[in-house]
Design a binder for this molecule. Structure first.
Ligand SMILES: [Zn+2]
Length: 195
């Protein structure tokens, strides 16, 4: 279901890998190798690809990534408050979560010139650098354009995204998943009114 969903951001894309309950049942990052395998298909590799073998992640770094991910699950709904998260009581933003995000801002993955003058990643890309990139991005998005951080408007859908569209009016995780369901819903309502 998630293959048509674009989170528009690397940090928010992390939410697709699982989270605190009730999202722990979708957890896919059980080992550092799982994270290394997930990264080459993520937003981090969009502009300049890398392979799983070019990533080095420790157990401690994986745990920190998960702490960061849990904080995003709490912070975005509390700060953007477009609708309650299905199954989770609404809460105010916790200063501790913001501090945790701040602490994760750190070293970033770096690029260099290869022997033939092409741009390449300085490898290995470490777990701390991956986390640094995600935290830095989240600080920028939250601090500069919080109104573009949204949860899908679909009922019972908790997918969060950064709206990169020009008009800034994106409502759905994806048309295929929640957008069409809504269209079908309003079509049925109209037909009902007609009859
Ligand atoms: Zn949705």
């Amino acid at each position: 279901m998630t293959h048509t969903f674009d989170s528009g951001s690397f940090a928010l894309e992390l939410l697709l890998t699982g989270g605190p309950p009730p999202w722990d049942r979708y957890e896919i990052l059980h080992t550092p190798e799982d994270l290394a395998a997930w990264l080459p298909d993520s937003h981090l590799a969009l502009e300049l690809p890398f392979s799983e073998e070019q990533v080095r992640i420790s157990r401690v770094e994986l745990d920190r990534v998960k702490e960061f991910r849990a904080a995003i699950w709490r912070v975005i709904p509390a700060l953007t408050a477009t609708k309650p998260v299905p199954g989770i009581p609404p809460a105010d933003v916790d200063a501790k979560d913001l501090e945790l995000i701040n602490q994760m801002v750190g070293p970033l993955p770096t690029v260099r010139l290869s022997a033939v003058g092409r741009r390449e990643w300085e490898t290995p890309i470490t777990g701390s650098q991956v986390l640094g990139a995600a935290a830095r991005e989240l600080v920028d998005l939250l601090g500069r354009k919080p109104e573009r951080l949204r949860m899908c408007a679909g009922d019972n859908c908790a997918l969060m995204f950064y709206d990169t569209s020009r008009p800034g009016n994106r409502r759905w995780c994806s048309m295929q998943r929640c957008g069409n369901r809504n269209k079908v819903g309003s079509y049925r309502t109209r037909r009902h009114d007609d009859s």
